[in-house]
Design a protein around this ligand. Sequence first.
Ligand SMILES: Cc1cc2nc3c(=O)[nH]c(=O)nc-3n(C[C@H](O)[C@H](O)[C@H](O)COP(=O)(O)OP(=O)(O)OC[C@H]3O[C@@H](n4cnc5c(N)ncnc54)[C@H](O)[C@@H]3O)c2cc1C
Length: 396
Amino acid sequence: MTTDRTPLAEAAAEARALVRRHAADLGDPVAFLGAQFDAGLAWVHFPEGRGGRGWSRSAQAEVDRVLSEAGAPDGYARNPIGHGMAAATILAWGDDAQRDRYLRPLWTGEEIWCQLFSEPGAGSDLAAVRTRAVRDGDTWVVDGHKIWTSMAHHARFAILLARTDPEQPKHQGLTYFVCDMRAAGVEVRPLRQITGEAEFNEVFLTGVRVPDTARLGAVGDGWRVARTTLGNERVAIGARPEPREGGMAGLTARLWRERPERRSHGLHRRLLHGWVRAEAARLAGERLRQLMELGAPGPEGSAGKLAFAVVNQELSGLAVDILGEDGLRFGDYTMTRPTELAFFGKDPTWDYLRSRANSIEGGTSEVLKNVIGEQVLGLPREPAVDRGIPWKDIPR
Ligand SMILES: Cc1cc2nc3c(=O)[nH]c(=O)nc-3n(C[C@H](O)[C@H](O)[C@H](O)COP(=O)(O)OP(=O)(O)OC[C@H]3O[C@@H](n4cnc5c(N)ncnc54)[C@H](O)[C@@H]3O)c2cc1C
């Protein structure tokens, strides 16, 4: 690395050099993303050899800007759980063999990841998971029922939270694994959403054998490992640089310009109000990314995710109101199983319907308010009647 350039200029120069060297691969996501990983420009704050260079996170935005302007592929939409959650967890808790095995094909999208956390009785109260993993020599035998598993239908691997010691209090008897979704005993069934699509699934695990080499972190330490995943999930949802033209308010503002006959003082006031809130959320996201320079995402990530949900629901609702009757027509309700995860961008009515999930996925808005109250504002903790009691003795 030369020293006569600022780190951001260095990052931009390296990204331009990557584009020059791999111009022929721009239309081939696996080839280009592989080259990006090998150049250390995938996650620039990761160590060398792991898709990064040990640079500060702020250089990533510069790399992404140059690559996006050059029309380079973006692997996030095809593998959001891999990119947004699994990679940081593997880096933080995996051993070298696991990092070598998983990170590169995750980045290139050759291997898609999903998240086997939520269960019918364990969503907000995630530490209540009942899926059992029982040790059998060098493997673990896993039985359980997971739900709301986005992208499980085309995932190769899953991050899995399972109970390994029911004698321990609920947060202590958990262990974190990587589960091969092609293993015998994994059954994926689609769950249809309000949009008609089945983006998520329920997953039944019956006698699934997971090698101990696929364990992330120590036995019984799964809750700490899961917290790394959850912190990154909230940032991945709430503080991604805004990909839409005009930001979160962009589409709604365009509809406002295109439909002068629908304008009213009330709708105008809502548009300006929404735009101000979208700007505040964007700037808060920017600040959060800067804070993350100092370390792993903290409870502030919950505020970013909460703000994203509120503003996106507000603005997508306003878009439907601007469209009037047209906003109530939803052309195609055929069940599809998408291979990319999108929060918006298909049509305004789809955006409105999909945005209902924003206040549930990655932690509900109510739960995030609890996190902010307790961990940011220092308010008293919610009472917990099951603290310190062995999990097996907690009434269910
Ligand atoms: C689109 C989508 C994709 C998802 N993808 C995945 C995935 O890939 N993998 C995965 O593991 N999970 C996934 N989830 C699940 C998601 O994490 C859970 O739905 C969420 O954590 C809420 O859990 P729950 O559905 O069990 O609701 P519950 O926890 O039963 O909550 C029900 C209601 O009670 C409220 N509530 C619960 N506890 C409290 C409290 N302490 N204080 C105040 N209010 C409370 C909640 O806010 C909510 O309104 C996805 C969900 C959605 C909508």
